[in-house]
Design a protein around this ligand. Sequence first.
Ligand code: SRM
Ligand code: SF4
Length: 562
Amino acid sequence: MSDKKLSDNERLKSESHLLRGTIKEDLTNDLTGGFLGDNFQLIRFHGMYQQDDRDIRAERTGQMLEPLHTVMLRVRLPGGIITPEQWIGIDKFASEHTQYGSIRITNRQALQLHGVLKKNIKPVHKLLHHLGLDSRATAGDVNRNVLCTSNPVESALHQQAYDWAKKISEHLLPRTNAYAEVWLDGEKIKHPEEETILGNSYLPRKFKTAVVIPPQNDVDLHANDLNFIAVGKEGKLQGFNVLVGGGLAMTQGDKTTYPRLASELGFIPLEATLSVAAAVVSTQRDWGNRTNRRNAKTKYTLDRVGVEVFKSEVEQRAGLVFQPVEPYQFTHRGDRIGWVSGTDNKYHLTLFIPSGRLIDKPGKPLKTGLAVIAKIHQGDFRLTPNQNIIIAGVSEEHKQQIDTLARQYGLIDDSVSSQRKHAMACVSYPTCPLAMAEAERVLPNIIDRLEEIFLRNDIPTESVIFRVTGCPNGCGRAMLAEIGLVGRAQGRYDLYLGGNREGTRIPRIYQENQKLEDIILILDSLLTKWAKYREKNEAFGDYAIRSKIVQPVLNSTVDFYL
Ligand code: SRM
Ligand code: SF4
Protein backbone atom coordinates (compact mmCIF):
# COMPACT_ATOMS: atom_id res chain seq x y z
CA MET A 1 0.00 0.00 0.00
CA SER A 2 1.20 3.51 -0.77
CA ASP A 3 2.56 5.64 2.10
CA LYS A 4 1.16 8.79 0.47
CA LYS A 5 -1.37 10.82 2.43
CA LEU A 6 -4.97 9.70 2.11
CA SER A 7 -7.26 12.16 0.33
CA ASP A 8 -9.44 14.34 2.54
CA ASN A 9 -12.51 12.49 1.31
CA GLU A 10 -11.13 9.40 3.07
CA ARG A 11 -10.96 11.29 6.37
CA LEU A 12 -14.48 12.59 6.04
CA LYS A 13 -15.93 9.19 5.13
CA SER A 14 -14.22 7.44 8.02
CA GLU A 15 -15.19 10.16 10.50
CA SER A 16 -18.76 10.39 9.22
CA HIS A 17 -20.23 7.82 11.60
CA LEU A 18 -21.46 5.79 8.64
CA LEU A 19 -22.56 8.77 6.55
CA ARG A 20 -24.42 10.66 9.28
CA GLY A 21 -21.96 13.51 9.82
CA THR A 22 -23.83 16.43 11.34
CA ILE A 23 -26.35 16.63 8.51
CA LYS A 24 -29.24 16.68 10.98
CA GLU A 25 -27.86 19.75 12.74
CA ASP A 26 -27.24 21.52 9.42
CA LEU A 27 -30.83 20.90 8.40
CA THR A 28 -32.10 23.06 11.24
CA ASN A 29 -29.51 25.82 10.69
CA ASP A 30 -31.50 28.71 9.19
CA LEU A 31 -28.47 30.98 8.82
CA THR A 32 -27.48 29.33 5.56
CA GLY A 33 -29.40 27.60 2.81
CA GLY A 34 -26.49 25.21 2.31
CA PHE A 35 -24.64 22.39 4.05
CA LEU A 36 -21.39 23.07 5.86
CA GLY A 37 -18.00 21.35 6.07
CA ASP A 38 -18.06 17.60 5.53
CA ASN A 39 -21.83 17.57 5.16
CA PHE A 40 -21.46 19.25 1.76
CA GLN A 41 -19.91 15.98 0.55
CA LEU A 42 -21.82 13.57 2.79
CA ILE A 43 -25.25 14.49 1.44
CA ARG A 44 -24.06 13.03 -1.89
CA PHE A 45 -24.14 9.54 -0.41
CA HIS A 46 -27.82 10.26 0.25
CA GLY A 47 -28.35 11.16 -3.40
CA MET A 48 -28.04 14.95 -3.31
CA TYR A 49 -25.64 17.61 -4.58
CA GLN A 50 -25.54 21.15 -3.29
CA GLN A 51 -25.86 23.60 -6.19
CA ASP A 52 -26.75 27.17 -7.07
CA ASP A 53 -27.96 28.73 -10.30
CA ARG A 54 -24.82 29.91 -12.09
CA ASP A 55 -26.81 32.30 -14.30
CA ILE A 56 -27.57 34.44 -11.24
CA ARG A 57 -24.47 33.77 -9.13
CA ALA A 58 -22.67 37.03 -10.02
CA GLU A 59 -25.81 39.07 -9.52
CA ARG A 60 -26.27 37.67 -6.01
CA THR A 61 -22.61 38.25 -5.15
CA GLY A 62 -23.10 41.86 -6.30
CA GLN A 63 -26.00 42.14 -3.88
CA MET A 64 -23.80 40.71 -1.08
CA LEU A 65 -26.05 37.66 -0.88
CA GLU A 66 -24.87 34.09 -0.46
CA PRO A 67 -25.53 31.93 -3.52
CA LEU A 68 -29.11 30.67 -3.64
CA HIS A 69 -28.27 27.22 -2.31
CA THR A 70 -30.48 24.35 -3.33
CA VAL A 71 -29.92 20.66 -3.80
CA MET A 72 -30.27 18.51 -6.88
CA LEU A 73 -31.77 15.20 -5.83
CA ARG A 74 -31.31 12.01 -7.85
CA VAL A 75 -33.92 9.26 -7.52
CA ARG A 76 -32.64 5.65 -7.61
CA LEU A 77 -34.43 3.59 -10.26
CA PRO A 78 -32.59 0.36 -11.13
CA GLY A 79 -33.19 -0.35 -14.82
CA GLY A 80 -35.12 2.94 -15.00
CA ILE A 81 -38.52 1.43 -14.19
CA ILE A 82 -41.09 3.65 -12.47
CA THR A 83 -44.84 3.25 -11.99
CA PRO A 84 -47.44 5.84 -13.03
CA GLU A 85 -48.33 6.44 -9.33
CA GLN A 86 -44.69 7.15 -8.53
CA TRP A 87 -44.42 9.43 -11.55
CA ILE A 88 -47.48 11.43 -10.52
CA GLY A 89 -46.06 11.93 -7.00
CA ILE A 90 -42.70 13.15 -8.28
CA ASP A 91 -44.31 15.33 -10.95
CA LYS A 92 -46.43 17.13 -8.36
CA PHE A 93 -43.42 17.75 -6.12
CA ALA A 94 -41.40 19.08 -9.06
CA SER A 95 -44.18 21.52 -9.99
CA GLU A 96 -44.87 22.76 -6.50
CA HIS A 97 -41.52 22.69 -4.71
CA THR A 98 -38.57 23.06 -7.08
CA GLN A 99 -36.92 26.17 -8.46
CA TYR A 100 -37.14 25.07 -12.10
CA GLY A 101 -40.36 23.03 -12.14
CA SER A 102 -38.66 20.37 -14.23
CA ILE A 103 -37.85 16.67 -14.04
CA ARG A 104 -34.60 15.59 -15.73
CA ILE A 105 -34.17 12.04 -17.02
CA THR A 106 -30.46 11.20 -16.70
CA ASN A 107 -28.39 9.05 -19.03
CA ARG A 108 -28.17 6.50 -16.21
CA GLN A 109 -31.92 5.91 -16.06
CA ALA A 110 -32.44 8.01 -12.95
CA LEU A 111 -34.50 11.15 -12.34
CA GLN A 112 -33.09 14.45 -11.15
CA LEU A 113 -34.99 17.20 -9.39
CA HIS A 114 -33.03 20.43 -9.57
CA GLY A 115 -33.53 23.36 -7.19
CA VAL A 116 -34.88 21.84 -3.97
CA LEU A 117 -34.64 24.30 -1.05
CA LYS A 118 -33.43 23.06 2.34
CA LYS A 119 -36.89 23.22 3.87
CA ASN A 120 -38.21 20.86 1.18
CA ILE A 121 -35.50 18.20 1.45
CA LYS A 122 -37.01 16.14 4.24
CA PRO A 123 -40.48 16.30 2.68
CA VAL A 124 -39.14 15.01 -0.65
CA HIS A 125 -37.41 12.06 1.01
CA LYS A 126 -40.61 11.26 2.89
CA LEU A 127 -42.56 11.47 -0.32
CA LEU A 128 -40.15 9.12 -2.09
CA HIS A 129 -40.37 6.69 0.82
CA HIS A 130 -44.16 6.83 0.66
CA LEU A 131 -43.93 6.02 -3.06
CA GLY A 132 -41.60 3.07 -2.42
CA LEU A 133 -38.56 4.94 -3.76
CA ASP A 134 -35.36 6.47 -2.40
CA SER A 135 -32.28 8.39 -3.49
CA ARG A 136 -29.78 6.18 -1.66
CA ALA A 137 -26.39 5.72 -3.30
CA THR A 138 -27.24 7.67 -6.44
CA ALA A 139 -24.12 9.74 -5.75
CA GLY A 140 -20.96 9.47 -3.62
CA ASP A 141 -18.28 6.77 -3.42
CA VAL A 142 -20.63 3.81 -3.71
CA ASN A 143 -22.25 1.66 -6.39
CA ARG A 144 -24.61 3.99 -8.28
CA ASN A 145 -27.99 3.37 -9.94
CA VAL A 146 -27.71 0.04 -11.80
CA LEU A 147 -28.53 0.27 -15.50
CA CYS A 148 -30.41 -2.28 -17.57
CA THR A 149 -31.16 -2.34 -21.30
CA SER A 150 -34.52 -0.67 -21.51
CA ASN A 151 -35.87 -2.09 -24.75
CA PRO A 152 -38.89 -4.12 -23.65
CA VAL A 153 -39.51 -5.88 -26.97
CA GLU A 154 -37.67 -9.00 -25.87
CA SER A 155 -39.78 -8.98 -22.75
CA ALA A 156 -38.94 -12.48 -21.57
CA LEU A 157 -35.20 -11.83 -21.37
CA HIS A 158 -35.67 -8.24 -20.34
CA GLN A 159 -37.76 -9.09 -17.30
CA GLN A 160 -35.11 -11.54 -16.04
CA ALA A 161 -32.25 -9.12 -16.73
CA TYR A 162 -34.14 -6.32 -15.01
CA ASP A 163 -34.73 -8.51 -11.94
CA TRP A 164 -30.96 -8.98 -11.71
CA ALA A 165 -30.28 -5.25 -12.11
CA LYS A 166 -32.58 -4.64 -9.17
CA LYS A 167 -31.02 -7.42 -7.07
CA ILE A 168 -27.50 -6.13 -7.79
CA SER A 169 -28.55 -2.59 -6.86
CA GLU A 170 -30.05 -3.76 -3.53
CA HIS A 171 -27.13 -6.09 -2.77
CA LEU A 172 -24.54 -3.33 -3.14
CA LEU A 173 -26.43 -0.61 -1.24
CA PRO A 174 -24.87 0.86 1.91
CA ARG A 175 -26.14 -0.96 5.01
CA THR A 176 -25.99 2.10 7.29
CA ASN A 177 -29.26 3.30 8.76
CA ALA A 178 -28.18 6.91 8.25
CA TYR A 179 -30.61 7.60 5.41
CA ALA A 180 -33.64 6.52 7.42
CA GLU A 181 -32.42 8.30 10.55
CA VAL A 182 -31.65 11.63 8.91
CA TRP A 183 -34.43 11.97 6.34
CA LEU A 184 -37.25 9.71 7.47
CA ASP A 185 -37.03 10.23 11.23
CA GLY A 186 -36.27 6.52 11.41
CA GLU A 187 -35.37 4.67 14.59
CA LYS A 188 -31.76 4.77 15.70
CA ILE A 189 -30.39 1.25 15.21
CA LYS A 190 -28.90 -0.19 18.41
CA HIS A 191 -27.00 -3.13 16.89
CA PRO A 192 -23.78 -2.54 14.94
CA GLU A 193 -24.38 -1.72 11.29
CA GLU A 194 -21.88 -3.58 9.19
CA GLU A 195 -20.79 -2.37 5.78
CA THR A 196 -19.70 -5.86 4.79
CA ILE A 197 -19.33 -5.11 1.08
CA LEU A 198 -18.57 -1.41 0.88
CA GLY A 199 -16.53 -1.11 4.07
CA ASN A 200 -16.79 1.62 6.69
CA SER A 201 -14.82 4.05 4.51
CA TYR A 202 -16.94 3.11 1.48
CA LEU A 203 -15.30 2.91 -1.95
CA PRO A 204 -12.29 4.95 -3.13
CA ARG A 205 -14.48 6.62 -5.76
CA LYS A 206 -17.86 6.34 -7.48
CA PHE A 207 -18.63 2.90 -8.96
CA LYS A 208 -20.99 2.15 -11.86
CA THR A 209 -22.72 -1.06 -12.87
CA ALA A 210 -24.80 -2.06 -15.90
CA VAL A 211 -26.73 -5.10 -17.10
CA VAL A 212 -26.90 -5.15 -20.89
CA ILE A 213 -28.76 -7.32 -23.41
CA PRO A 214 -26.99 -7.54 -26.79
CA PRO A 215 -27.26 -6.57 -29.57
CA GLN A 216 -28.46 -3.32 -27.96
CA ASN A 217 -25.73 -1.34 -26.19
CA ASP A 218 -28.04 1.45 -25.06
CA VAL A 219 -26.44 1.46 -21.59
CA ASP A 220 -23.02 2.28 -23.10
CA LEU A 221 -21.36 -0.50 -21.18
CA HIS A 222 -17.85 0.89 -21.57
CA ALA A 223 -18.75 3.82 -19.31
CA ASN A 224 -19.17 1.38 -16.41
CA ASP A 225 -16.85 -0.13 -13.79
CA LEU A 226 -18.77 -3.42 -13.85
CA ASN A 227 -20.88 -4.91 -16.62
CA PHE A 228 -23.04 -7.97 -16.88
CA ILE A 229 -23.71 -8.88 -20.51
CA ALA A 230 -26.78 -11.12 -20.64
CA VAL A 231 -26.35 -14.51 -22.29
CA GLY A 232 -29.69 -16.10 -23.13
CA LYS A 233 -30.92 -19.25 -24.80
CA GLU A 234 -34.46 -19.51 -26.19
CA GLY A 235 -35.63 -16.55 -24.12
CA LYS A 236 -34.09 -17.85 -20.91
CA LEU A 237 -31.22 -16.08 -19.20
CA GLN A 238 -28.27 -18.46 -18.68
CA GLY A 239 -25.68 -16.19 -17.12
CA PHE A 240 -23.50 -13.19 -17.84
CA ASN A 241 -20.23 -12.24 -19.48
CA VAL A 242 -18.52 -10.00 -16.95
CA LEU A 243 -16.51 -6.93 -18.03
CA VAL A 244 -14.78 -4.52 -15.64
CA GLY A 245 -12.93 -1.22 -15.68
CA GLY A 246 -14.77 1.01 -18.14
CA GLY A 247 -14.92 4.76 -17.51
CA LEU A 248 -14.87 7.97 -19.54
CA ALA A 249 -13.66 10.83 -17.38
CA MET A 250 -10.36 12.63 -17.72
CA THR A 251 -8.89 15.76 -16.17
CA GLN A 252 -7.73 18.62 -18.34
CA GLY A 253 -3.91 18.61 -18.60
CA ASP A 254 -3.40 15.41 -16.56
CA LYS A 255 -2.26 12.57 -18.81
CA THR A 256 -2.51 10.04 -16.00
CA THR A 257 -6.27 10.28 -16.57
CA TYR A 258 -7.97 8.86 -19.67
CA PRO A 259 -11.15 7.16 -20.85
CA ARG A 260 -10.93 3.35 -20.91
CA LEU A 261 -13.00 0.50 -22.33
CA ALA A 262 -14.04 -2.29 -19.96
CA SER A 263 -11.99 -5.53 -20.03
CA GLU A 264 -13.45 -9.01 -20.29
CA LEU A 265 -13.09 -11.29 -17.25
CA GLY A 266 -15.23 -14.21 -18.46
CA PHE A 267 -18.63 -15.92 -18.27
CA ILE A 268 -20.44 -16.74 -15.03
CA PRO A 269 -23.65 -18.70 -14.39
CA LEU A 270 -26.62 -16.75 -13.02
CA GLU A 271 -26.29 -17.99 -9.45
CA ALA A 272 -22.81 -16.44 -9.18
CA THR A 273 -24.01 -12.93 -10.09
CA LEU A 274 -24.25 -11.37 -6.63
CA SER A 275 -21.07 -12.94 -5.30
CA VAL A 276 -19.12 -11.78 -8.36
CA ALA A 277 -20.60 -8.27 -8.03
CA ALA A 278 -19.53 -8.17 -4.38
CA ALA A 279 -16.09 -9.59 -5.20
CA VAL A 280 -15.39 -6.96 -7.88
CA VAL A 281 -16.61 -4.17 -5.60
CA SER A 282 -14.60 -5.39 -2.59
CA THR A 283 -11.44 -5.83 -4.68
CA GLN A 284 -11.76 -2.25 -5.89
CA ARG A 285 -12.57 -1.22 -2.29
CA ASP A 286 -9.29 -2.73 -1.06
CA TRP A 287 -7.03 -2.06 -4.05
CA GLY A 288 -8.33 1.26 -5.38
CA ASN A 289 -6.22 4.40 -4.95
CA ARG A 290 -7.32 6.34 -1.85
CA THR A 291 -4.61 8.98 -2.06
CA ASN A 292 -5.41 10.55 -5.41
CA ARG A 293 -9.07 10.78 -6.42
CA ARG A 294 -8.16 11.46 -10.04
CA ASN A 295 -6.72 7.94 -10.29
CA ALA A 296 -9.11 6.21 -7.94
CA LYS A 297 -11.59 4.51 -10.26
CA THR A 298 -11.54 0.79 -11.08
CA LYS A 299 -10.06 1.48 -14.54
CA TYR A 300 -6.85 2.77 -12.95
CA THR A 301 -6.72 -0.09 -10.43
CA LEU A 302 -6.91 -2.55 -13.34
CA ASP A 303 -4.15 -0.81 -15.25
CA ARG A 304 -1.95 -0.67 -12.15
CA VAL A 305 -2.27 -4.33 -11.12
CA GLY A 306 -3.10 -5.90 -14.51
CA VAL A 307 -6.35 -7.48 -15.66
CA GLU A 308 -5.20 -11.06 -14.91
CA VAL A 309 -4.23 -10.25 -11.32
CA PHE A 310 -7.52 -8.43 -10.74
CA LYS A 311 -9.42 -11.33 -12.28
CA SER A 312 -7.81 -14.01 -10.11
CA GLU A 313 -8.48 -11.94 -6.98
CA VAL A 314 -12.16 -11.73 -7.96
CA GLU A 315 -12.19 -15.49 -8.60
CA GLN A 316 -10.74 -16.13 -5.18
CA ARG A 317 -13.15 -13.81 -3.40
CA ALA A 318 -16.19 -15.14 -5.30
CA GLY A 319 -15.05 -18.77 -5.03
CA LEU A 320 -15.29 -19.57 -8.76
CA VAL A 321 -13.32 -19.73 -11.96
CA PHE A 322 -14.47 -17.55 -14.85
CA GLN A 323 -15.46 -19.57 -17.92
CA PRO A 324 -14.45 -18.37 -21.41
CA VAL A 325 -16.53 -15.42 -22.64
CA GLU A 326 -19.66 -16.48 -24.57
CA PRO A 327 -19.86 -14.86 -28.02
CA TYR A 328 -21.77 -11.56 -28.10
CA GLN A 329 -22.16 -8.71 -30.50
CA PHE A 330 -23.48 -5.18 -30.27
CA THR A 331 -25.07 -3.53 -33.28
CA HIS A 332 -26.62 -0.30 -32.02
CA ARG A 333 -27.22 2.12 -29.16
CA GLY A 334 -30.09 4.46 -30.00
CA ASP A 335 -33.69 4.09 -28.84
CA ARG A 336 -36.38 3.05 -31.29
CA ILE A 337 -38.62 6.10 -31.05
CA GLY A 338 -42.32 5.35 -31.60
CA TRP A 339 -44.54 2.31 -31.06
CA VAL A 340 -43.34 -1.29 -31.02
CA SER A 341 -45.25 -4.41 -30.06
CA GLY A 342 -43.69 -6.73 -27.52
CA THR A 343 -43.55 -10.50 -27.15
CA ASP A 344 -46.12 -10.06 -24.35
CA ASN A 345 -48.77 -8.82 -26.84
CA LYS A 346 -48.50 -5.34 -25.33
CA TYR A 347 -47.45 -2.12 -27.02
CA HIS A 348 -44.59 0.14 -25.99
CA LEU A 349 -44.22 3.78 -26.96
CA THR A 350 -40.75 5.35 -26.77
CA LEU A 351 -40.94 9.13 -26.55
CA PHE A 352 -38.03 11.31 -27.60
CA ILE A 353 -37.43 13.82 -24.79
CA PRO A 354 -34.84 16.47 -25.77
CA SER A 355 -31.95 15.98 -23.30
CA GLY A 356 -34.36 14.22 -20.97
CA ARG A 357 -35.75 17.54 -19.76
CA LEU A 358 -39.43 17.38 -18.87
CA ILE A 359 -40.63 20.92 -18.56
CA ASP A 360 -43.64 22.84 -19.83
CA LYS A 361 -42.80 25.29 -22.61
CA PRO A 362 -45.24 27.28 -24.74
CA GLY A 363 -46.70 24.88 -27.32
CA LYS A 364 -44.76 21.95 -25.78
CA PRO A 365 -46.14 21.13 -22.32
CA LEU A 366 -44.14 17.88 -22.14
CA LYS A 367 -44.19 17.58 -18.37
CA THR A 368 -47.94 18.07 -18.06
CA GLY A 369 -48.47 15.68 -20.96
CA LEU A 370 -46.63 12.87 -19.25
CA ALA A 371 -48.50 13.49 -15.99
CA VAL A 372 -51.81 13.33 -17.86
CA ILE A 373 -50.78 10.04 -19.46
CA ALA A 374 -49.61 8.70 -16.07
CA LYS A 375 -53.14 9.19 -14.74
CA ILE A 376 -54.60 6.73 -17.25
CA HIS A 377 -51.66 4.44 -18.01
CA GLN A 378 -51.89 0.91 -16.64
CA GLY A 379 -48.40 -0.38 -17.45
CA ASP A 380 -45.18 1.24 -16.31
CA PHE A 381 -42.63 3.78 -17.51
CA ARG A 382 -39.03 2.97 -18.42
CA LEU A 383 -36.34 5.60 -18.54
CA THR A 384 -33.70 4.92 -21.15
CA PRO A 385 -29.93 5.54 -20.97
CA ASN A 386 -30.46 7.89 -23.92
CA GLN A 387 -32.51 10.20 -21.66
CA ASN A 388 -35.82 9.15 -23.21
CA ILE A 389 -38.90 7.50 -21.71
CA ILE A 390 -40.92 4.45 -22.73
CA ILE A 391 -44.61 4.15 -21.96
CA ALA A 392 -44.47 0.39 -21.56
CA GLY A 393 -47.09 -2.34 -21.44
CA VAL A 394 -49.99 -0.60 -23.19
CA SER A 395 -52.96 -2.79 -24.11
CA GLU A 396 -54.53 -2.68 -27.58
CA GLU A 397 -57.57 -0.81 -26.27
CA HIS A 398 -55.53 2.03 -24.65
CA LYS A 399 -53.09 2.48 -27.52
CA GLN A 400 -55.09 5.05 -29.46
CA GLN A 401 -55.90 7.12 -26.40
CA ILE A 402 -52.25 7.33 -25.34
CA ASP A 403 -51.13 8.13 -28.88
CA THR A 404 -53.65 10.97 -29.10
CA LEU A 405 -52.59 12.44 -25.76
CA ALA A 406 -48.88 12.16 -26.58
CA ARG A 407 -49.45 14.08 -29.83
CA GLN A 408 -51.66 16.66 -28.15
CA TYR A 409 -48.92 17.54 -25.62
CA GLY A 410 -46.05 17.55 -28.12
CA LEU A 411 -44.57 14.27 -26.85
CA ILE A 412 -44.81 12.74 -30.32
CA ASP A 413 -43.34 14.92 -33.01
CA ASP A 414 -42.90 13.17 -36.34
CA SER A 415 -40.71 15.98 -37.66
CA VAL A 416 -37.80 15.22 -35.28
CA SER A 417 -34.81 14.20 -37.39
CA SER A 418 -32.79 11.03 -36.99
CA GLN A 419 -29.77 13.18 -36.12
CA ARG A 420 -31.60 14.87 -33.22
CA LYS A 421 -32.56 11.45 -31.87
CA HIS A 422 -28.93 10.34 -31.96
CA ALA A 423 -27.52 13.30 -30.08
CA MET A 424 -26.88 13.67 -26.38
CA ALA A 425 -25.73 16.42 -24.03
CA CYS A 426 -25.00 16.52 -20.33
CA VAL A 427 -26.80 18.99 -18.04
CA SER A 428 -24.01 21.57 -17.71
CA TYR A 429 -25.16 25.20 -17.13
CA PRO A 430 -26.87 26.61 -15.17
CA THR A 431 -26.91 24.01 -12.40
CA CYS A 432 -23.67 22.05 -12.77
CA PRO A 433 -20.90 23.63 -10.68
CA LEU A 434 -18.20 21.97 -12.78
CA ALA A 435 -19.43 23.16 -16.18
CA MET A 436 -16.87 24.89 -18.41
CA ALA A 437 -19.06 25.26 -21.53
CA GLU A 438 -22.74 24.95 -22.41
CA ALA A 439 -24.07 21.51 -23.33
CA GLU A 440 -27.83 20.81 -22.94
CA ARG A 441 -28.76 24.42 -23.77
CA VAL A 442 -26.59 24.62 -26.89
CA LEU A 443 -27.33 21.16 -28.33
CA PRO A 444 -30.58 22.09 -30.20
CA ASN A 445 -28.78 24.87 -32.11
CA ILE A 446 -25.88 22.62 -33.08
CA ILE A 447 -28.30 19.99 -34.34
CA ASP A 448 -30.08 22.65 -36.45
CA ARG A 449 -26.74 23.26 -38.13
CA LEU A 450 -25.97 19.57 -38.64
CA GLU A 451 -29.43 19.10 -40.16
CA GLU A 452 -28.65 21.89 -42.65
CA ILE A 453 -25.40 20.15 -43.59
CA PHE A 454 -27.15 16.80 -44.06
CA LEU A 455 -29.89 18.40 -46.13
CA ARG A 456 -27.40 20.19 -48.36
CA ASN A 457 -25.64 16.86 -48.96
CA ASP A 458 -28.85 15.09 -49.75
CA ILE A 459 -28.66 12.77 -46.72
CA PRO A 460 -31.46 14.23 -44.52
CA THR A 461 -32.28 10.93 -42.85
CA GLU A 462 -28.68 10.08 -41.90
CA SER A 463 -27.27 10.42 -38.40
CA VAL A 464 -24.05 10.31 -36.46
CA ILE A 465 -23.69 9.52 -32.73
CA PHE A 466 -23.04 13.12 -31.69
CA ARG A 467 -22.47 14.15 -28.09
CA VAL A 468 -21.61 17.30 -26.19
CA THR A 469 -20.27 17.35 -22.68
CA GLY A 470 -19.69 20.55 -20.73
CA CYS A 471 -16.31 19.54 -19.25
CA PRO A 472 -13.81 16.66 -19.37
CA ASN A 473 -15.70 14.73 -16.67
CA GLY A 474 -17.59 13.49 -19.69
CA CYS A 475 -21.11 12.97 -18.34
CA GLY A 476 -22.54 13.31 -21.86
CA ARG A 477 -20.45 10.24 -22.86
CA ALA A 478 -18.71 12.16 -25.66
CA MET A 479 -15.83 9.71 -25.23
CA LEU A 480 -17.99 7.02 -26.84
CA ALA A 481 -19.35 9.20 -29.65
CA GLU A 482 -18.56 9.25 -33.36
CA ILE A 483 -18.29 13.03 -32.95
CA GLY A 484 -17.72 14.31 -29.42
CA LEU A 485 -17.40 17.87 -28.13
CA VAL A 486 -15.76 18.37 -24.74
CA GLY A 487 -16.17 21.80 -23.11
CA ARG A 488 -13.02 23.82 -22.39
CA ALA A 489 -14.40 27.33 -21.72
CA GLN A 490 -17.53 29.31 -22.55
CA GLY A 491 -18.13 28.78 -26.28
CA ARG A 492 -15.00 26.62 -26.75
CA TYR A 493 -14.63 22.87 -27.12
CA ASP A 494 -12.19 20.10 -27.96
CA LEU A 495 -13.39 18.08 -30.96
CA TYR A 496 -13.06 14.28 -30.89
CA LEU A 497 -13.69 12.00 -33.87
CA GLY A 498 -13.69 8.30 -34.65
CA GLY A 499 -15.80 6.46 -32.11
CA ASN A 500 -18.13 3.86 -33.63
CA ARG A 501 -21.89 3.36 -33.70
CA GLU A 502 -21.79 0.38 -31.36
CA GLY A 503 -19.95 2.25 -28.60
CA THR A 504 -16.88 0.02 -28.54
CA ARG A 505 -14.24 2.51 -29.71
CA ILE A 506 -13.00 5.67 -28.00
CA PRO A 507 -12.68 8.70 -30.31
CA ARG A 508 -9.44 10.65 -30.72
CA ILE A 509 -8.86 14.38 -30.36
CA TYR A 510 -8.91 16.13 -33.74
CA GLN A 511 -8.91 19.82 -32.84
CA GLU A 512 -8.30 21.45 -29.48
CA ASN A 513 -10.02 24.40 -27.83
CA GLN A 514 -11.98 25.64 -30.86
CA LYS A 515 -14.82 28.12 -31.07
CA LEU A 516 -18.15 26.44 -31.68
CA GLU A 517 -18.60 28.32 -34.95
CA ASP A 518 -15.25 26.99 -36.21
CA ILE A 519 -16.17 23.47 -35.15
CA ILE A 520 -19.34 23.70 -37.25
CA LEU A 521 -17.23 24.70 -40.26
CA ILE A 522 -14.85 21.77 -39.69
CA LEU A 523 -17.79 19.37 -39.37
CA ASP A 524 -19.41 20.81 -42.48
CA SER A 525 -16.32 19.95 -44.50
CA LEU A 526 -15.87 16.47 -42.95
CA LEU A 527 -19.54 15.45 -43.19
CA THR A 528 -19.68 16.65 -46.79
CA LYS A 529 -16.72 14.38 -47.64
CA TRP A 530 -18.36 11.50 -45.77
CA ALA A 531 -21.58 11.96 -47.75
CA LYS A 532 -19.59 11.82 -50.98
CA TYR A 533 -16.90 9.22 -50.38
CA ARG A 534 -18.25 6.79 -47.79
CA GLU A 535 -18.70 3.13 -48.59
CA LYS A 536 -22.17 1.58 -48.49
CA ASN A 537 -23.59 1.95 -44.95
CA GLU A 538 -20.26 3.23 -43.65
CA ALA A 539 -20.76 5.16 -40.42
CA PHE A 540 -19.05 8.52 -40.03
CA GLY A 541 -16.76 7.29 -37.22
CA ASP A 542 -15.55 4.37 -39.36
CA TYR A 543 -15.07 6.67 -42.35
CA ALA A 544 -13.00 9.05 -40.20
CA ILE A 545 -10.66 6.15 -39.36
CA ARG A 546 -10.53 4.62 -42.87
CA SER A 547 -9.78 7.92 -44.52
CA LYS A 548 -7.14 8.65 -41.84
CA ILE A 549 -8.78 11.83 -40.58
CA VAL A 550 -7.81 10.43 -37.17
CA GLN A 551 -5.85 7.37 -36.06
CA PRO A 552 -7.97 4.90 -34.11
CA VAL A 553 -7.57 4.65 -30.34
CA LEU A 554 -6.71 0.97 -29.96
CA ASN A 555 -5.71 0.79 -26.31
CA SER A 556 -6.43 4.08 -24.57
CA THR A 557 -4.25 3.21 -21.57
CA VAL A 558 -1.20 3.70 -23.79
CA ASP A 559 -2.33 5.45 -26.98
CA PHE A 560 -5.00 8.00 -26.03
CA TYR A 561 -2.54 10.93 -25.91
CA LEU A 562 -0.36 9.92 -28.90
FE1 SRM B 1 -21.77 12.99 -14.17
C1 SRM B 1 -20.26 14.83 -11.78
C2 SRM B 1 -24.44 15.03 -14.14
C3 SRM B 1 -23.52 10.71 -15.96
C4 SRM B 1 -18.84 11.45 -14.99
N1 SRM B 1 -22.28 14.63 -13.10
C5 SRM B 1 -21.53 15.21 -12.12
C6 SRM B 1 -22.32 16.30 -11.40
C7 SRM B 1 -23.00 15.69 -10.22
C8 SRM B 1 -21.51 17.55 -10.99
C9 SRM B 1 -20.92 17.58 -9.61
O1 SRM B 1 -20.17 16.65 -9.21
O2 SRM B 1 -21.20 18.54 -8.90
C10 SRM B 1 -23.32 16.68 -12.54
C11 SRM B 1 -24.64 17.30 -12.08
C12 SRM B 1 -25.17 18.27 -13.11
C13 SRM B 1 -26.55 18.71 -12.84
O3 SRM B 1 -26.73 19.91 -12.51
O4 SRM B 1 -27.48 17.92 -12.95
C14 SRM B 1 -23.39 15.37 -13.30
N2 SRM B 1 -23.65 12.85 -14.79
C15 SRM B 1 -24.59 13.83 -14.78
C16 SRM B 1 -25.83 13.43 -15.56
C17 SRM B 1 -27.12 14.02 -14.99
C18 SRM B 1 -25.64 13.81 -17.03
C19 SRM B 1 -26.88 13.73 -17.91
O5 SRM B 1 -27.03 14.68 -18.66
O6 SRM B 1 -27.63 12.76 -17.88
C20 SRM B 1 -25.71 11.90 -15.45
C21 SRM B 1 -26.31 11.35 -14.19
C22 SRM B 1 -26.27 9.87 -14.17
C23 SRM B 1 -26.97 9.26 -12.99
O7 SRM B 1 -28.20 9.15 -13.01
O8 SRM B 1 -26.27 8.84 -12.05
C24 SRM B 1 -24.19 11.76 -15.39
N3 SRM B 1 -21.29 11.33 -15.23
C25 SRM B 1 -22.13 10.61 -16.01
C26 SRM B 1 -21.39 9.77 -16.89
C27 SRM B 1 -21.99 8.85 -17.97
C28 SRM B 1 -22.33 7.50 -17.46
O9 SRM B 1 -22.09 7.16 -16.28
O10 SRM B 1 -22.84 6.71 -18.26
C29 SRM B 1 -20.04 9.98 -16.62
C30 SRM B 1 -18.84 9.36 -17.39
C31 SRM B 1 -18.64 7.93 -17.08
C32 SRM B 1 -17.66 7.78 -15.95
O11 SRM B 1 -18.07 7.86 -14.80
O12 SRM B 1 -16.46 7.62 -16.25
C33 SRM B 1 -19.99 10.96 -15.56
N4 SRM B 1 -19.88 13.09 -13.46
C34 SRM B 1 -18.81 12.40 -13.96
C35 SRM B 1 -17.61 12.83 -13.26
C36 SRM B 1 -16.17 12.32 -13.49
C37 SRM B 1 -15.89 11.06 -12.72
C38 SRM B 1 -14.46 10.63 -12.76
O13 SRM B 1 -14.23 9.44 -12.95
O14 SRM B 1 -13.58 11.47 -12.61
C39 SRM B 1 -18.03 13.82 -12.33
C40 SRM B 1 -17.15 14.59 -11.35
C41 SRM B 1 -16.66 13.76 -10.22
O15 SRM B 1 -17.15 12.67 -9.92
O16 SRM B 1 -15.72 14.23 -9.57
C42 SRM B 1 -19.46 13.96 -12.50
FE1 SF4 C 1 -21.28 19.01 -15.36
FE2 SF4 C 1 -19.07 18.39 -16.67
FE3 SF4 C 1 -20.81 16.50 -16.04
FE4 SF4 C 1 -21.47 18.22 -17.91
S1 SF4 C 1 -19.73 16.81 -18.01
S2 SF4 C 1 -22.80 17.61 -16.18
S3 SF4 C 1 -20.49 20.07 -17.19
S4 SF4 C 1 -19.63 17.66 -14.61
